[in-house]
Design a protein around this ligand. Structure first.
Ligand code: UT7
Length: 324
């Protein structure tokens, strides 16, 4: 039997129109542009308009990914949507996106791994395609973290933003795919850390939506080690290395975490794709948003080997190697 590989067909993203700068935040909070830039690298973030739900962001990103792939929505038979900010407790936001795209076959479901969501979703969709169960998947990361932030809490609200990114992957027989496609994925979690980054509400606990709470210093302390470990796993599984990858597209939480991880792995700074300055931390959306930027500006070319990495609430952490 010919093995199957999940090949990237298209990428797309969407950022809400409204931009909130550090200067604007510092007018209503005890913070400053200088503190935020120095500690995080963030200069601005996008915030969804009133009434603009996660599914609305996801739908536009998905349409753009489909256009990039040259495919109609009817080509898709699987949607895996990573989000920690669904439109409703249920149904899955993926089901809303499926309906709005006019897709009436296959399956659509949400996946919850917070900031690691996109890599978890990519690994999940890849595994489903490789079984032969589905042919083409939309892998989406979409968030409206502005809705779960405590806008009075300067230690968290300055960090996050809203946005969505989507990737179309297709099951292709390995002999046709060649080296292209999802090469390897590595997923990890450790629930002992769940209260270091969490939301203090939910349907079964408080019957409220709740607000994001984070022990930032604790998350920071674990981040670089977890990120570099799971990347070493990807390198060990494939024989690839910091030298052989073309691009490093990490989760965009904090410029200092990105730089320290790249440095520890000996990844050359010019290979690192950074969008945290303009997007802030968009959780599950950050990687596909950054991929779209680097693909559209001509950095990521066909055949390039791209390293993805994320770490977030749970804790969850994950890596993937994708040959475009
Ligand atoms: O995507 C999911 C993963 N999440 C992350 O990766 C976030 C990880 N953590 C971080 O990125 C960093 O820990 C933060 C950016 C959240 C904080 O940076 P830090 O260098 O760890 O600062 P800190 O928490 O140690 O706070 C230093 C000081 C404190 O004041 P004192 O106690 O030293 O007087 C804070 O109260 O900075 C203060 N502070 C602020 N000052 C101005 C905290 N937030 C702000 C703020 N503006 N917005």
């Amino acid at each position: 039997m010919n093995a199957i590989r999940s090949v990237v067909r298209g990428i797309g993203s969407y950022l809400p129109e409204k931009v909130v700068t550090n200067a604007e935040l510092s007018r209503r909070l005890d913070t400053s542009d200088e503190w935020i830039v120095q500690r995080t690298g963030i200069c601005q973030r996008h915030v969804a308009a009133d009434g603009q739900a996660t599914s609305a962001l996801a739908r536009i990103a998905a349409e753009r990914a489909l256009a990039d792939a040259g495919l109609g929505a009817d080509a898709i038979d699987l949607i895996v949507l990573a989000t920690a900010t669904p439109d409703q407790t249920f149904p899955a936001t993926a089901a809303t996106v499926q309906a709005e795209l006019g897709i009436v076959r296959g399956a659509a479901f949400d996946l919850q791994a917070v900031c690691s969501g996109f890599v978890f979703a990519l690994a999940t969709a890849d595994a489903h395609l490789r079984t032969g169960m589905f042919k083409r998947a939309l892998v989406i990361g979409a968030e409206t973290f502005s809705r779960i932030l405590d806008w009075e809490d300067r230690t968290t609200c300055v960090l996050f933003g809203d946005g969505a990114g989507a990737m179309v992957i297709e099951a292709v027989p390995a002999d046709e795919a060649g080296a292209r496609g999802v090469v390897t994925t590595h997923l990890r979690s450790d629930g002992r850390h769940r209260f270091k980054l969490y939301v203090d509400g939910g349907p079964s606990s408080t019957q409220t939506v709740g607000h994001l709470r984070m022990e930032g210093r604790e998350v920071f302390r674990h981040a670089v080690g977890m990120i570099t470990d799971v990347i070493e796993d990807a390198f060990a599984a494939t024989g690839e290395s910091a030298e052989s990858i073309d691009w490093f597209v990490p989760h965009q939480a904090n410029r200092r975490i990105i730089d320290a991880s790249a440095q520890k792995l000996n990844i050359a700074p010019e290979k690192v794709v950074t969008t945290v300055d303009r997007h802030g931390n968009t959780s599950a959306a950050s990687i596909p948003l950054a991929l779209d930027v680097a693909r559209k500006d001509g950095r990521i070319k066909d055949g390039d080997l791209v390293l993805l990495e994320a770490m977030g609430g749970g804790f969850t952490w994950a890596s993937a190697l994708v040959r475009w």
